[in-house]
Ligand binder design. Sequence first.
Ligand SMILES: C[S@@+](CC[C@H](N)C(=O)[O-])C[C@H]1O[C@@H](n2cnc3c(N)ncnc32)[C@H](O)[C@@H]1O
Length: 218
Amino acid sequence: QNSHPLTAYFEQVVGTDASKSQVEQARAVPGFPNLSYRGGTAEELPFPDGSVDLLTATTAAHWFDAERFIKEATRVLKLRGCLALFGDGDDMKIHYESCGDRLNNIYEEVKQILLPYMSSKITGPNRKLKDLFEAIPFPNKERIEIIPIKQQLSIKNVIGFIQTFSMYQAYLRANPCTASALLERTTSRILEEMKVSSTEAKVDFIIEYFCVLACKPE
Ligand SMILES: C[S@@+](CC[C@H](N)C(=O)[O-])C[C@H]1O[C@@H](n2cnc3c(N)ncnc32)[C@H](O)[C@@H]1O
């Protein structure tokens, strides 16, 4: 998903992921002639030394081995090449007419249920890439903690977004029946609060992103 917008600005874009199924799904999307995909980890990138202008990762870098990734980034980046890592925090807000607060309470309740299944990679000291940022040896670097982005999402997409959380997937593995029931119950509660009958109804959804930017010195 993150590779697509980059194709308008770079001659060649290579999307990589450790997950075979992510790479297969990405390859199935046509229409980007200057985009290719490779399997493999961020700690062992398939690029020659000093060959990359921009190395970026979306909502993924918290999973990386920071020390090995930074070493690899330093190897593959050109001089003055840039590192740009970003992701979403767990602060999300829903707005819809006068029932935004009640919708946010429903979302908070779901989060409380899923919290025990949240990886320490997300809650730990590297939260929002703090440790990774400190470890970057380039003097020219910046970490921005709160970048609010507002988008319109259907109720169906909000539920789909929750479904992609690693903590929801962990909860699903541990409690398959309860996990599906949680999503069904949450959908019904949202529909009831909004007084609508279709999950295509849209809400304003605000996600706070954060990012780490750094430039390899000459
Ligand atoms: C939330 S998804 C982000 C998907 C992707 N960045 C996109 O734009 O569609 C996080 C991804 O990080 C990948 N990942 C986790 N650890 C990784 C690693 N060490 N090296 C490469 N990819 C990794 C997972 O396989 C997962 O697909």
